[in-house]
Write a new protein. Sequence first.
Length: 143
Amino acid sequence: MLMRTDPFRELDRLTQQLLTPGTWSRPSTMPMDAYRKGDEFVVAFDLPGVATDAIDIDVERNMLTVRAERRPAVDADDAQMELSERPLGVFSRQVMLADTLDTEHIAADYDAGVLTLRIPIAERAKPRKVTIENRGDRKEINS
């Protein structure tokens, strides 16, 4: 259901995630899991500490894009930060979806910092039985 495009993209993603905070022009990536369960394809993104109004999900053709922004929890005007290890900024992930998925009926829920998208398998992609017609014994008549 997923199609990978570049083998070095994952290495680049990990390097960016570890070394640079995300900005709108250059977002960091987010960890995800993807699997098939029954008649749907499930994609789960880790977004701890992100408010639901800071998550944006777009589908254009077969490209799924998830963008999220984790904002500082403390107002910087009246607080002096002593330690800041949790990544802040913009996170984004693009996933190329197969043509066999029904992108018109994606369901999304967000619970405990995990964004879960459920994408139904398209009817045309589901296995189906083909019946065999029994035409009986045909005889050709030569004229």
